[in-house]
Design a binder for this molecule. Structure first.
Ligand code: ATR
Length: 276
């Protein structure tokens, strides 16, 4: 039987095996899906072992998405735009790379929450791998403006420049990008991993007035940021659990050719994790 896995570090608490096995049940397949602890620099070796054991598909998570992009023999356009791979498929002799993160976020915002993105003004906190992976898919939705706000201004500038899109600006660079009102604030920093708020000096309270605040992390790691956003005027908040389930559904479709229903899986995980 084909084998699937999620590879990354840390990986102990990954929900991906549960999600993919639930999708298997919902679509009438038996899915064998494992977690594998892989440290930076170790992906090539881990993938060789995995393929020899029957591995046919792998989800790649923090901190290996860039490494997976470099290793893939072929990559989709959306992976190239993100310069990161979260979904690998074995093609007999080599791995093909895709990136389903941005599609997962867009699906969660627009379908699960029913928040259309067209014409929206968005603040993006962070300019690392997670942030870069979602900018293209947000622009594709016809957003009006995306203002990047990062602890290290230079990194935000580089990311904005590489987008080469007049709708993308940088907060703090004096380009007029920092004018509220905004509609959505997305936290794509890694601050929640350490259980902290994004320490971005000078983020004005006005940025949160009447916005939807979304954190790419879920559960306890998103709690501080979403609580802060609510206390500073956000009208709705959401963590990234739906994005996690939707990106998994996209990966499942890449591997099995069918998109599984996500609502039952999301409802069950939400009742265990709480928040939202
Ligand atoms: P990932 O792939 O998870 O995005 P990354 O590429 O290392 O990881 O990027 C981490 C992002 O979180 C960066 O935008 C980083 O800001 P810097 O560019 O200034 O390093 C941001 N970040 C991490 N910890 C943070 C903190 N405590 N406060 C604010 N931003 C933080």
């Amino acid at each position: 039987m084909s084998l699937y896995a999620v590879l990354g570090h840390p990986i102990d608490h990954s929900l991906s095996p549960r999600i993919h096995e639930a999708f298997g049940v919902l679509t009438g397949r038996v899915v064998r899906y494992e977690r594998r602890e892989v440290h930076p620099g170790g992906l090539a070796h881990a993938l060789r072992t995995f393929a020899s054991e029957g591995g046919r598909g792998a989800n790649i998570t923090v901190p290996l998405k860039g490494e997976a992009f470099a290793l893939a023999a072929r990559t989709t356009a959306r992976a190239q735009r993100a310069r990161a791979v979260n979904t690998l498929s074995w093609e007999g002799e080599a791995w093909a790379g895709d990136n389903t993160d941005g599609a997962g976020l867009v699906c969660d915002l627009t379908v699960n929450y029913g928040w259309p993105l067209e014409g929206r003004r968005i603040v993006l906190l962070g300019a690392g791998g997670a942030a870069q992976g979602i900018i293209g898919p947000l622009l594709d939705q016809g957003i009006a403006h995306l203002a990047i706000f990062n602890r290290t201004l230079e990194r935000a500038r580089n990311v904005a420049e590489s987008c080469a899109d007049a709708r993308v600006g940088v907060i703090g660079s004096g380009t007029g990008s920092d004018t509220p009102p905004f509609d959505i604030v997305i936290n794509a920093t890694a601050a929640g991993l350490a259980g902290s708020l994004p320490m971005i000096p000078g983020i004005p309270d006005a940025f949160f007035h009447d916005v939807i605040a979304y954190d790419l992390m879920y559960g306890p790691k998103a709690r501080d940021f979403l609580g802060y956003a609510r206390a500073h005027g956000a009208r709705a908040v959401a963590d990234g659990l739906g994005m996690l389930v939707e990106q998994a559904a996209e990966s499942f479709q890449v591997w099995h050719g069918v998109r599984p229903p996500t609502a039952p899986v999301l409802t069950r995980l939400r009742s265990e994790i709480g928040g939202g």
